[in-house]
Design a protein. Structure first.
Length: 372
């Protein structure tokens, strides 16, 4: 098994297999046709209550479903469908994207064929997604990447750093178990062999028994890792999910819960204070206002971090916004008063106070990913 020599640091082992229960659910079909023809293809390949089989492609064949945002789907399709068609022809696989559902923020990329060729195709998909990449803020939590971006300390070359991307594979519980292995042995080996990061979601996707397996790395490394994952699925006989297993499909039901959003630009030096020790302050604010607050991981060009507030109604979002701005104002005044006091006393203890403030901010930032 070949692998890229480029490394993005230690991987993440998370999640464990959970039980499954049978139940009917629609499932997306897989088609080599382009986006405009997928409605008919989905009906032909898998009806309600059926998971797609391996389409008669043979024992070394595999089908992967990848969760993508609307923006990602558009990039994969490309102008006049040229990008997805090129990937299909180059790899001799079946590839398609599920129909766009009204008021739904996600779609499924479905790829079927020989395991090695499917893996290569998904590597090409990742290369497309990382080209001219722009971060997105997602309402649907399963679209938010679980793995933090690779740090520039891990990858010093800025051009190589831009090539690192993430794919969200949709897997059944038996498939997740196959990847993790006993005491995490298999997932650790995948991480070490292919220089990638891997993480499995703890929770099911809506109305299904599917979970997300997220892979982060260079396109070639991710392709090699997916090929070995496909081999594990085939070896463990979990590459064809049972037809009774409820599979995930994009639908608008889960998007109706959150309808209103608002963004705030917060100077980066105040983010730690707004999060609080261990993220408790922002967690309490979320709970009190019944909102979701997503915090941008990197400052923008003006040195601000973007706080995005989501809620069921304008009132709750407005309340969260007001409370955040009030907390910001209180913190600014506290620092102004402290600086004035230092000037009066000649700066005694300034160094210790500054160090303590820095440590508090760093600690808050360390928990931010988990809290958001």
């Amino acid at each position: 098994m070949s692998s890229s020599v480029e490394s993005i640091g230690n991987g993440t082992v998370q999640g464990s297999a959970q039980g499954t229960s049978p139940g009917p659910s629609p499932s997306p079909g897989v088609s080599q046709d382009l986006d405009t023809n997928l409605n008919a293809a989905a009906s032909a390949s898998a009806g309600p209550g059926q998971a797609p089989d391996n389409n008669g492609l043979g024992s070394n064949s595999i089908t992967f479903h990848v969760l993508v945002s609307l923006k990602e789907a558009a990039k994969i399709i490309g102008p006049q469908g040229n990008t997805i068609e090129s990937i299909r022809k180059e790899n001799d696989i079946k590839i398609g994207i599920s129909p766009r559902e009204k008021s739904c923020s996600d779609r499924l990329l479905n790829v079927s064929g020989n395991a090695r060729q499917v893996a290569n195709a998904l590597g090409q998909v990742l290369r497309v997604l990382t080209t001219d990449y722009e971060p997105e803020e997602h309402v649907f939590k399963h679209l938010r990447f679980m793995l933090p971006p690779a740090s520039k300390e891990e990858i010093e070359d800025p051009e190589k750093w831009k090539q690192i991307g993430n794919l969200r594979l949709i897997c059944t519980n038996p498939q997740i178990s196959s990847v993790i292995g006993q005491q995490g042995a298999k997932i650790k080996k995948l991480i070490e062999t292919h220089s990638v990061k891997l993480v499995a979601s703890k929770h099911f996707l809506p109305d299904s028994k599917d979970r997300v397996l997220e892979i982060q790395g260079f396109p070639t490394s991710v392709a090699n890792c997916i090929n070995e994952i496909a081999e594990l699925f085939i070896q463990d006989d979990v590459h064809v999910p049972p037809r009774t297993l409820p599979r995930y499909y994009p639908h608008s039901k889960h998007t109706k819960e959150i309808q209103v959003s608002q963004t705030l630009a917060i100077p980066k030096e105040y983010v730690g204070a707004l999060l609080g020790v261990g993220g408790n302050r922002i967690a309490n604010l979320r709970k009190f206002t019944k909102t979701k607050i997503v915090i941008g991981q990197e400052p923008n060009e003006t040195g601000n971090r973007i706080f995005t507030i989501w809620g069921n109604d304008q009132k709750s979002v407005k309340l969260a916004q007001t409370m955040l701005l009030k907390n910001l104002d209180v913190e600014k005044k506290r620092r102004e008063e402290h600086e004035a006091a230092l000037r009066t006393t000649g700066g005694a203890g300034a160094g210790a106070e500054s160090a303590a403030a820095t440590d508090s901010s760093a600690a808050a930032n360390n928990v931010e990913t988990a809290e958001t």
